[in-house]
Design a protein around this ligand. Sequence first.
Ligand SMILES: [Zn+2]
Length: 428
Amino acid sequence: MLVRGGRIVDPRQRIDALRDLRVQGDRIVEIGEHLHAHPGEEIVEAAGWIVAPGFIDAHVHLREPGFEAKETLATGTAAAVRGGFSAVCAMPNTEPALDSSETLARVSFARPNRERGIRARIYPIAAMTRARAGQDLLDYATLLAAGAVAFSDDGSTIADARVMRDVLRALAPLDRVAIAHAEDATLKADGVMNEGVVSARLGVPGSPASAEESIVARDIILALEAQARLHVAHVSTARSLELVDWARARNGRVTCEVTPHHLLLTDEAFEELGAGAKVNPPLRSGDDARALREAVRRGAVDFFASDHAPHTAQEKSGDIARAAVGFSGLEVAVGAYARALPDLSALDFVALCSTRPAEILGLPGGSLAIGAPADLTMFSDHPWRVDSAKFASKGRATPFEGWELPRRIEATIVAGEIAFLADAPTDF
Ligand SMILES: [Zn+2]
C-alpha cells in the first residue's frame, strides 16, 4: 500500500513533512518524497491529511465478558477504528474480572481478527486484586505472560493502603504501570457530581475533589516508597496535577492521563444534561478544567485517554442517583481533544494520542519508523457534528451530542489493512 501526498507526523523521529509512505504486509517499509507506485499497489490519496502512527486509547471499557448488552469486543473495536484508534487497552472491570490467564486470553488480541469481527488491537489490563475486590494479590508475572500490559482495579480504588502498598511492591520489579483509579469511597459517599457551588444550587449530593486528591497523594507516596511505576487515570483536579508534579520532582515514576470530557466540560453541564453529565471522576470546576488544559500545554500530562464507558440507553436514563456512570468516548475523543486544545502542535497532538501511550504501556507502535507496525491514523481539520445515532459503539451517551468538533478521522489502518475509511464529508 502506498499512502501518497500526506503530511507525515512522527514524534519519535521528529518528522513533520510532506512525504509518501509505503506499507508492505503489516510493516512500514519506506518513507520518501514522491515514491513511485508498484504495479498492483493499493493507493491511499492522503493530500490534505495528517498521517500519524496509529492512535492508542489506553483507557477503554469493552464490557466483554459479562456486559455484552453495553458493548462487545466487535462493537468496541468498530468504534475504535472509526475514532482513529488502531489499538485499545481494555480495562478489567468485566464479569468475571480480568484476573486470570483464562479470562485475559479471551480478550487479548495483539492483531485484529476478521472472523471475530475485531478490527483494532486489544491489549488487556489485568486486575490488581482478585475479582477487583481490593484484598487478594494476584500472580502478576503469570498475567503478563497471558497478555496483560498493565494492572488496575479501575472503577474502584483499593481502600486498604497496606494492600495497595503490597501490590506496588509486587509490581515494581515487573516494570509495568499500576493504574490508579483514585477515589476515596468514604469521602465520595453518595455523591453523584462534583461537590461545589453547582451541586449546592441543584441540591444534589456532591463528591469532593479531595476524594480524588487524597488517594492520588497516598498512591504517590506508596509508589515512591516501593519504587514502582504509578499511572494516575483520568486526572480531574488542579491539585491532583500538582501532586503528580511533586512526585516527578522527586524522581517518582509517575505518569497521568486526561479525558476529553474533563478538558472540555465542567459541573455546570449538570444544569443542562442532568444524569447525562454523570461520570467518574465527576466533571469539575472551570478552574480545574483550565488547569488540565494548561498542564497538557506545558507537557505535564503524559497522554490523552477517552475512558470510553458504554452503557445501554436504559441504564443511562432515570433519576440522577441511579443512572449509570460514564460516556461513550471512542468516536468523539480526537475531535474533542482538538477542540479543547486547538493550539497544540501536530507533533505534540500525535505524541499524546500515540507515541506516549505506546511508551508508557510498553506497546508496539507509536512511531512511523521503518519496520514499525503498519498502524496509521489519518486525520484532517474538517469540522463535523457529533450524531450519536451514527456511532458504531452500542453506547450512545455522550455529553458532546450535537457539538461541532474541528478534527475528523479520515482513515485508520491496522496491521497494513484499511480498518476505517471515511466517506466524502457528508456529515457537514
Ligand atoms: Zn476509572
